[in-house]
Design a protein around this ligand. Sequence first.
Ligand SMILES: CC(C)(COP(=O)(O)OP(=O)(O)OC[C@H]1O[C@@H](n2cnc3c(N)ncnc32)[C@H](O)[C@@H]1OP(=O)(O)O)[C@@H](O)C(=O)NCCC(=O)NCCS
Length: 235
Amino acid sequence: MFRRTTDGGDAGEQCAADWCLSGRLLYESHVTGTGARYCSIVTQSVSGSELAKFESPWPMSRDTDLEAWKQQLANLSQANASLRPAKTGGQDARRMWDLQLVCAPIQPRFLRDNESEIEKERVVMAEIEGVHVGFCLSAPGPSEADPLFVQVVAVAPEARKRGVGLSLLSAAAAKEPLRDIALATQPDNVAALAMNERFAVSLGANIRRVPLGTFRHGDLGIRRGDGYRSWHIQR
Ligand SMILES: CC(C)(COP(=O)(O)OP(=O)(O)OC[C@H]1O[C@@H](n2cnc3c(N)ncnc32)[C@H](O)[C@@H]1OP(=O)(O)O)[C@@H](O)C(=O)NCCC(=O)NCCS
């Protein structure tokens, strides 16, 4: 069990907790074969000013990075997508933002919110030859009996209908093989409904609609009043 402390001091050898936060550096402690304990940096929390470097400028028409990415999407190769866990540091938070921007009805979120989800190891990124084309955000419920809540699957329009969405769902589900899966969709989102059905089939499981109050809106990543339906895949 991991325990978070802020008293880990200056890293290294004296770290008694399983992991500790010192300044902005997160250290993880390990026990070696001889019983010795050592620490290594596992991630680096990003400050607001560092994250600001990845913000899109205003007006957005001045955002040359965004334009360059859109050009890459327009010339996307037919290669298969590769998946990886999103990394902390700001760049992947920005990549999530790019995808949120072009994947209505998903809405762009603050970079710090995206970064926070990445820090919690909830995000899987999809890339085609280094170009970010999709991501999935999922979170296991707090108790062991709770499902895995798949909150967002986003695939850039230029990369759709090539199996990327399904691969992202499969990767998220593989991290929590014992949990059922819960998701929410708007009834007119034909692509998401089709993908979810297809995903359940790929697991050899049933998907069924459940009353909206079955799960907390926050767990599903939705807001009350947006007309969502919720679904349960029993494994
Ligand atoms: C929903 C979304 C993630 C699907 O991504 P994708 O990469 O195109 O999905 P896949 O290629 O893996 O397709 C999975 C299945 O859904 C079907 N599907 C995908 N888009 C479809 C569409 N527009 N109409 C009908 N079926 C569709 C595919 O045919 C496939 O089934 P098949 O294997 O039987 O052919 C993508 O359309 C998207 O990002 N939409 C905007 C954001 C969104 O609505 N996200 C979901 C809610 S968070």
